[in-house]
Design a protein. Structure first.
Length: 295
């Protein structure tokens, strides 16, 4: 977690904003995504919406980034939305957004309105998010501030479990979203975070997280476009640094008190969500969305 705004997080917010204004079938509508953007990207979204050229802009992005980060981002958003809804309409009554960044689920998902929401992020990043959240509330369409507990925490120096307990996390089933983070960390940080979540949240809690197939990072997998994508994030100062081997993930999680319940690539998610809508858009086979349950 860092003090400067994340350029890759801006890209993901841009992709969500374009999905929300596209013509034709959409996977979701995120009315807050555009307001998270810098002036240039915000102008691009506005022009695309008013000109009807959103789909053309999406195709241009896909040609520039052949591995499919745009479609990967929007299908992961929809899949995680569905997993969060499923947990919160079940027995989960708490939602933890870990490394929340520009995530607007606390504001846009109806199911989240029944939950206590904990947004955990670096204090500097969260200060900017609180300004955004206040502006969303002024529109009359966002959640009230009292419904969301902002938890400023520098996890390089603070204990995640202690921070959540201090913020009021209860010993009951919880759903945790850890999206778009693990691939920028190291093995020790990922271990520490997953272990803290497994020991802090109650049994039957669900942890939804994304990760990179380690073969893409090592250059041992047959993945088209991964080098171009890696070069883009490296140029942004946020290089890929960590991944799992999918075959090893179940045992890794089991050793930390977690059971794997779902593991899909972004390409798998695209087949689930985009293809039934007649949308054939490139999504990455090496970018994955997983869910684990606390035992």
């Amino acid at each position: 977690m860092q003090n400067a705004p994340s350029r890759t997080a801006q890209h993901v917010a841009l992709f969500r904003a374009l999905e929300s204004v596209r013509r034709g079938p959409r996977l979701f509508t995120d009315p807050y995504a555009a307001s998270s953007l810098g002036p240039g990207y915000r102008l691009a979204v506005a022009l695309a919406r008013h000109s009807g050229l959103t789909n053309a802009l999406e195709r241009r992005i896909d040609r520039s980034w052949p591995a499919g980060p745009r479609a990967s981002a929007v299908v992961r958003t929809r899949l995680i939305d569905d997993l969060v809804r499923d947990a919160l309409t079940g027995d989960a009554r708490q939602l933890v957004l870990l490394g929340a960044g520009y995530d607007s689920r606390a504001f846009r998902l109806e199911a989240a309105r029944t939950a206590t929401v904990f947004e955990v992020d670096h204090p500097a990043t969260q200060a900017a998010k609180r300004v955004l959240a206040a502006s969303w509330n002024r529109t009359g369409t966002g959640r009230l501030h009292d419904d969301v507990r902002f938890v400023p925490a520098d996890l390089m120096h603070q204990d995640l479990g202690e921070a959540l307990r201090r913020a009021g996390l209860r010993n009951e089933p919880t759903v945790v979203v850890w999206e778009g983070v693990t691939n920028y960390l190291d093995a020790s940080s990922v271990h520490t975070t997953l272990t803290a979540l497994a020991t802090t949240t109650a049994p039957r809690s669900r942890i939804v997280f994304t990760y990179m197939d380690r073969r893409a990072l090592e250059g041992t997998g047959d993945f088209a476009g991964v080098e171009e994508w890696a070069a883009r994030v490296r140029a942004a100062g946020e290089p890929f640094t960590f991944g799992f081997l999918p075959d090893e993930l179940p045992d890794y999680l089991a050793a930390r008190g977690l059971g794997l319940t779902l593991d899909l690539s972004a390409r798998d998610a695209a087949a689930r969500y985009l293809e039934p809508l007649g949308r054939r858009e490139p999504a990455a086979p090496f970018y994955r969305i997983a869910q684990a349950e606390v035992r």
